[in-house]
Ligand binder design. Sequence first.
Ligand SMILES: [Zn+2]
Length: 147
Amino acid sequence: MATRSGMYVRMVWLRQKAECRWCEEVVVAGTAVVRGLSWVTNDSGQKMHYLSIWHPDHWIKQGMDYLEQHPYVPKPAGPGRPRLNLPLEQRRQRRSCIVMFAKLKAEKMQTIRAGAWEWRRPELEARGYELMKRMKELGGVPRSWTA
Ligand SMILES: [Zn+2]
C-alpha cells in the first residue's frame, strides 16, 4: 500500500460535545480533552482527515492498548548503542580487534593466575593500548574496554 498517514495531537478545551473515542461516552463542551487530527493519503494522493477526541486518561489507555498489541522489539545493536556506519573492510577489522582484545583479556587472567603478571605486564598492556589505538580509528573504543 502506498498510503501514508499520521496524526496531529494536542490538548484542547472541547468546543462542541463529542464522543470519547475510547469509552464512547459523550463529553460536554468546556472539558479538557485530547484531540487527534488523523490524516491518511490514499493511492491517488487524496488526503482525508478524521477528528477524534478522548478523555485525557483514555488517550493514555488507548495508547497502552496499542502498545500491548505491538510489543517492544529491542534494536539488534542494543539499546543506546548507535549503529556504526563503517565500510565493510573496517567493520571486519573492528570485529577482529574485538576478538583479539577478548583473547588478550583471557591471557591477562591466565598470566595473573600463573603469578607472571609482574614481568609480562608491560607487554600485555602495550598490546591493549595498541588495540585501543586501532579501535579509535575504527569507530571508537567500546565503553566496556575502559571500564
Ligand atoms: Zn473516555
